[in-house]
Write a protein that binds this ligand. Sequence first.
Ligand SMILES: [Zn+2]
Length: 247
Amino acid sequence: MSASCAAESDDGGDEAIAESADEIRGSFPVGTKLQTTAMLNQRSSPSPSARVLQVIPDGTIVASASATPRAGWYGVTWNGKTGWVDGMYLSKPSSAGGSGDAGAVLSLHGSGAIQLWDQTFGRRDGADPLSNIRDAAAGRSAKTSCYGGAPCNRVQLSSRLVSGMAKLRQQYGYKYFVTAIAGASHSAGSYHYAGRAFDIDQINGVKVNGNTALARAFMSACSALGAIEVLGPSNRSDHQDHIHCAW
Ligand SMILES: [Zn+2]
């Protein structure tokens, strides 16, 4: 069972691809958290011709490193490096999506960094990943499905789960496709039914298919983010085409 999904690819890392509706302006105290709204270059000085220090993924949380912008460029620190990025592609974290980490995940979905399926394996039951995160971002409980032994109720999504989903992008840079959170049919007593698990079947545009280094790295990232149950190709014969992380 797989989520059909046109995997759009990030295309090279220049600063020409994002909307700037949430563009920031003015000064921020050093240490203020800001979020990238595109994959963008961090440069050695505030100029589009300056040397590129590193490419920062879309949706990444960075820290302001300079109190005053220079000609629209902001000094930021990320991944151990401090340099300059075009402020047109920075926003205040979670500004677009709603409250908290669910709002951040929804914003990341909006930019294509996290892909939340809008159906439950062919069903339109309001228990799909996109509906679950929309509900959570609006402060509502999330629906479970009503087929195949699923409980057909509503649950509060675990804040640790949602935080983990955001950080898989913001800290680890993964682009991934979510096939189920609270919805769909799972084994009895599944963490999904408690709003504590998600399943993914694509990482960085590549289908999960067997025990690859990429699948193992994603699973390790879930564990490092505190997941208490991580199932995938490397440890479960029935998880060769998807990865399950639960908090
Ligand atoms: Zn699962």
